[in-house]
Ligand binder design. Structure first.
Ligand code: SF4
Length: 74
């Protein structure tokens, strides 16, 4: 499977929650960004509402927050 199309612009790594935490960022990257990116909540919200609507501090596995974002109007 190809890597996530948002990998180079995703604020989760460069200006988000894991900025400066390379170890944890690497675990998330291995789990989601390079393979199973369609299960990433950030990816799903970006696809549904646009990339700019994804909070920079939202984790890829934050299902509850993604559910709340989906239920609010764009
Ligand atoms: S965290 Fe999610 S949206 Fe960001 S690059 Fe990785 S898979 Fe894509």
């Amino acid at each position: 499977m190809a890597a996530c199309a948002y990998r180079h612009t995703c604020r989760f790594f460069s200006k988000g929650r894991l900025d400066g935490f390379s170890g944890i960022a690497g675990l998330f990257e291995a789990r989601y960004c390079g393979s199973d990116y369609t299960s990433c909540m950030r990816y799903q919200i970006a696809e549904a509402r646009g990339f700019d609507s994804v909070p920079s501090d939202m984790y890829p596995n934050d299902v509850a927050r993604a559910r709340n974002l989906r239920s609010t109007a764009v």
